[in-house]
Every structure is written in C-alpha cells, then in structure tokens.
Ligand binder design. Structure first.
Ligand SMILES: Nc1ncnc2c1ncn2[C@@H]1O[C@H](COP(=O)(O)OP(=O)(O)O)[C@@H](O)[C@H]1O
Ligand SMILES: [Mg+2]
Length: 368
C-alpha cells in the first residue's frame, strides 16, 4: 500500500515537472514563429536579413551572398550549387520553372545542423534565390517535446493503472475482510439473541436494531466495494455490468434510465474499466446537475469501435463557454477525456442549455 502511494506520488511530481518543461518548450516554439514572421517581412531586404540569403544563376554559379551567408559559407562562391547546402538544387529549380510554382520549401542537414530552405526563382526567371534558416534548435526542441509528450502519456497511463490496481485491491479487501467480519458479527449477535435469559428479554429489541444495523453496514460495504471495482466485469462482461450499474443507479436516485446494449466481443480490461468509469461519472453528473427525469444509455459495437452514449433530457449546459471561461471547473469530464485519450479513444459532448446533454465515448477495437 505504502509503496503504491509513494510510487503514485513520484509519478505525479514527475508529471508536474514535465508539464513545466512542456510550457518552456512552447515558449521556444512561439518565439520561433515570431522570428519567422519577422523574416517574411525582411525577405525583400537581404542585406538586413539575419538569416542566409543566397542567389545563384541558372548555370549554378553563386551571384550573391548576403553578409550572414558570406560569413557562414564563404566557399559557396567557389562551389556554387555543388555545395552540400544546395544539393539537388538543379532538379528543384527545373520543377519550379516547369510547373510555374512560386517556391519550394525543404530541410537540409549539413554537418550537425538542420537548415530550412525556401527556394524561389526571381521575377525574370534567370536567378534562383534561396533563403536559409538554421532551425536546429527548433528541431531539437520539437523532438524533445515529442519525447516529453510520450513520457507524459506513459506516466499518465501508469497513474491510471496504479489507481485501478489499488481500487481493485481495496475493493477485494473490503469485500473479503470487512464483509466476512460483519457476517461473523451478525451470526454471533443472532446466537446471543437466541440464548437471552428470560430476565434479559427487554434487550431483544436492542439486539434486533444492532443486527439490522450490521446488515445495512454490510450492504453499504458491498456497494462501496462494487463501486471501486465491479466484480461483474470479470464474470458477466461489459454489457451486463453496465446494465446492472444503470439498474442500481436508477434504484438509488429514482432516475428513469433506459438501457440498451449489445454483447461486445471480449475487450481488454482497461477498455471495460474505462467504459464503466465513464458511465459512473456521466450518470453522477446527470443526477447532480441535469435535473433530468429520463436518461438513455446505449452500448453499441461498430466495425472498428465500441461506443457508449449517455443522453439526458435535462437542463443541458454550454460546454464550449464553460471550457473557455472555467477550464478548471470540473475534473469529471476532463478525467473521462483523459482516460479515453490514453486508449486512443475520444469523447463527444453535445449539450445545449435547455435541451439536455448527450455524451458519446468511443474506443477503437485496436486499443493503444
Ligand atoms: N448531464 C449534465 N447536465 C447538465 N450539466 C452538466 C452535465 N454534465 C456536466 N454538466 C456541467 O458540467 C460541469 C462539469 O462537470 P464535471 O467535469 O463532471 O465536474 P463536476 O461534476 O465536478 O462539476 C458541471 O459542473 C455542470 O455544470
Ligand atoms: Mg462530475
């Protein structure tokens, strides 16, 4: 137990650190976009351009280098289009002239640097102008960002899995340990009640109360254990588990829930649990926020995906406005999205104030 919690805490702090790093990298990317905008404005002033501007004629001789190009690749004067930074230029120029395209963009690796090039023909069609921008840092930042995104995804997956494992363990312990202890307690109380001497007969109603309380507590523990990890998932499968959950929920909340579902082919446990949690949260939201009288739940299988829809005819809400004005408003919908996203799925939210809400959660059959 201790190590699972510690593990989870470590994962959480690593996630927070990664999020900070992603924010930093996003600043670098934004700065790069700003530079690109400035460069576009400078295109007509090659002397002032902080990047390289190269011109060569159609026979491949260099005719112009701006100060930066002159500084970085002076040998362009000698090598012309045989210089590694201009490799394969002739074929690109031929294609540009033949197709009358405006310009061609490519990336070229020279030594350990990466250059983005924009190649165009001058208006008279006798010179080729190449704008060269060193994007090595940006590329490295992008690669790092990609690695971080993958790491973050992996960590989030670990957190969700660790949570589910822990819930399963607590659920089993509640069911087995606490459940069996309460059963033993009830039997003992019943035996004592049966053996009460006549002079203690007045205590009988007290025993009745305590025995009822033991029953009620046992029932609550059973419900709690089932909420933590529905044992039905392992025995009767997803469809009947979801139907059972709807029935229990309807009984507890007096909501009128109409369930339709089909048997799915065997799905991974992660997928089953994901649908179960989505249904739990969606129905809890209906009960808490929708003021609905009727709810429709449908589980259906399509050729490449399984989808679960929860539709109520309650008061609805403005999902878009809420997402922008109160991004931290609730973690329920966000949590559903994250869970589905981790398995390559998605959540559609269709809600209009006054017209009810429809949530559709889909997971591809080929989960990640
Ligand atoms: N079925 C629904 N009907 C009406 N409003 C809803 C419904 N589901 C969600 N909402 C709105 O979306 C908000 C965010 O939901 P959620 O992310 O689950 O967070 P929470 O339930 O903790 O508020 C809710 O506070 C509510 O305003
Ligand atoms: Mg909620």
């Amino acid at each position: 137990m201790q190590s699972v919690l510690e593990n989870q805490e470590n994962l959480n702090s690593e996630l927070i650190a990664l999020r900070d790093r992603v924010a930093e990298l996003e600043v670098i990317a934004a700065r790069h976009e700003d530079v690109e905008r400035k460069l576009a404005r400078l295109a007509n002033f090659p002397e002032q351009n902080p990047n390289m501007v190269i011109e060569i004629d159609l026979s491949g001789h260099t005719t112009y280098l701006n100060p930066v190009a002159q500084d970085q690749f002076p040998d362009l004067w000698v090598k012309g289009h045989d210089h590694p930074i201009l490799h394969d230029l002739s074929s690109i120029v031929s294609a540009l002239r033949a197709d009358r395209q405006g310009y061609f963009v490519r990336e070229v690796d020279v030594a350990d640097r990466i250059y983005e090039q924009k190649i165009c023909c001058t208006a008279e069609d006798v010179l080729v102008r190449i704008y060269v921008h060193d994007i090595t840092e940006l590329k490295r930042a992008e690669d790092r960002l990609q690695q971080l995104a993958e790491r973050m995804r992996w960590l989030t997956q670990r957190v969700v899995l660790a949570q589910e494992e822990e819930r399963q363990r607590v659920s089993r312990e509640l069911h087995d340990e606490a459940g069996q202890a309460l059963t033993a307690l009830k039997i003992s109380l019943e035996l004592i009640r049966a053996d009460l001497p006549p002079e203690a007969a007045a205590l009988r109603p007290n025993f009745d109360d305590v025995i009822s309380l033991t029953d009620a507590t046992h029932q609550q523990i059973r419900l709690l254990a089932r909420g933590l990890r529905p044992p039905a998932l392992d025995t009767v499968g997803l469809n009947l588990t979801l139907e059972g959950f709807c029935n229990d929920f309807a009984r507890l909340t007096h909501l009128d829930i109409a369930y339709t579902g089909t048997e799915t082919r065997p799905l991974p446990d992660t997928v089953n649990i994901c649908f179960y949690r989505v249904l739990q949260e969606a129905l809890t939201n209906v009960a808490a926020h929708a003021q609905a009288d009727r709810v429709w739940v449908e589980l259906r299988c399509e050729s490449d995906r399984t989808c679960l829809t929860i539709r109520d005819r309650g008061r609805g809400f403005d999902w878009q406005a809420q997402a922008t004005s109160r991004p931290q408003a609730g973690i329920g919908l966000l949590g559903m999205r994250e869970r589905l996203d981790l398995l390559g799925g998605w959540l559609d939210i269709d809600s209009v104030p006054g017209q009810g809400t429809c949530l559709t959660a889909c997971l591809p059959l080929e989960v990640l």
